[in-house]
Design a protein around this ligand. Structure first.
Ligand code: ADP
Length: 356
């Protein structure tokens, strides 16, 4: 490679072959080519966000030292370094770097990529595993204690019946919890729309209400289907029914007896909004942004009582996102809540009649 120098005796970037610039600009990592003295010959568009070069000098001593080593040894270095988030404050972030010597004169290529998003995802995953283990331990521990209690009370039939009934309850809880964990990991790992077909929204609502009938009758809550606008969405029927069903079950579980839950579906331009409204206990504003997190419950004791696992709403959220939609909540303590599942309506194209 030959470089032309400008009036200040600096090398001119336009001398880099076009194809090399295209390659560097299309890499996932940000890049810069440094000449001896750390003069930048090339910098990709996003590299300035890392603040590695300030006043013509490498701003972190750690990176400057690594570049010196690469120049001396003529060997590529790969690793990660911590850099300041900004010129002030103590905030740091970890970035992955790779430094490659390009020629004997000390020209090096530096590639930089942000690791913080990958680390955040890893942390979420770790938390999930820790939470799952914790949630499983509770019913498993209870089963162990109850079986001991039965052994200790084997001559008292009443006590045996009482403990065995509670064992059944814990076993059911455990089954539900495991099922929801499986559902959630399926939703997260599979291609969400690999089983996508046209689905009628009114049918999804009716089926979800049907599935909630036993619970609603047992708790004395009337579930009413209001106006259902016609709409077809492309998606996985079972996932959509499960999502609406979860919203209805919650509406029932967090409402006092003799109240009403209503479900409606309203078209808004190219979207269909399925809303489930209850006259229940409501959710405080500070909790509203957290209830979609896995295992988050406002009142863990109440949730357990109704067989809740804290996973229902994260399943709803996943189903919504997988279908290109979203889920929203409006709620007021003591008044009630409305959860709205928003989905894009299928586009009817000529020659692709979805009703056929
Ligand atoms: P759970 O299995 O505990 O119901 P979810 O993920 O479905 O878990 O809901 C998370 C939390 O959000 C619940 O524990 C409850 O505190 C709150 N919540 C959900 N739906 C409602 C509702 N309709 N009314 C009041 N609180 C609700």
């Amino acid at each position: 490679m030959k470089f032309r120098k400008d009036a200040n005796d600096d090398l001119v970037v336009s001398e880099l072959p076009e194809i090399l610039l295209t390659v560097l600009n299309s890499l996932e990592a940000e890049s810069m080519i440094l000449l001896p003295g750390d003069v930048p010959l090339f910098q990709s568009d996003g590299i300035s966000a890392f603040g590695l070069l300030r006043d013509g000098k490498i701003s972190t001593e750690e990176l400057a030292a690594l570049i010196r080593v690469v120049r001396r040894t003529n060997e590529t270095h790969r690793g990660s370094i911590e850099i300041a988030r900004g010129p002030i404050g103590e905030g740091k972030r970890e970035v992955k770097i790779s430094i490659t010597p390009l020629n004997e004169d000390g020209m090096v290529l530096v590639l930089v990529s942000d690791e913080s998003e990958a680390r955040r995802i890893n942390a979420v995953r770790r938390d999930f595993v820790a939470n799952v283990s914790h949630e499983l331990k509770t019913p498993i521990g209870a089963l162990g204690l109850l079986s001991e209690a039965i052994l200790g009370a084997k001559d008292q039939p009443d006590a045996v019946v009482k403990f065995a009934t509670r064992m059944q309850h814990e076993a059911k809880r455990l089954t539900e919890l495991v099922q929801e964990i499986i559902d959630l990991s399926r939703l997260q790992s599979s291609d969400p729309l690999s089983k996508a077909f046209p689905v009628e929204v009114s049918e999804v609502v009716r089926e979800a209400v049907n599935q909630a009938q036993i619970n609603s009758e047992a708790r004395g809550i009337y579930v009413e289907i209001g106006k259902l606008d016609e709409a077809t969405v492309i998606g996985d029927r079972d996932q959509l029914i499960a999502a609406v069903h979860n919203l209805i079950e919650n509406a029932i579980n967090y409402s006092p007896e003799d109240t009403k839950v209503s479900v409606v579906a309203q078209r808004k331009d190219q979207l269909i909004e399925i809303s489930v409204t209850d006259q229940g206990i409501g959710i405080a504003e500070e909790d509203q942004s957290r209830i979609f997190e896995r295992f988050y419950r406002v009142d863990p004791a109440r949730s357990r009582e109704t067989g809740g696992t804290g996973l229902g709403l994260s399943i709803v959220k996943h189903v919504a996102l997988n279908h290109g939609g979203d889920v929203k909540v409006w709620s007021k303590i003591g008044v009630g809540s409305t959860f709205t599942l928003i989905l894009p309506i299928a586009q009817e194209e000529e020659g692709n009649n979805l009703d056929s």
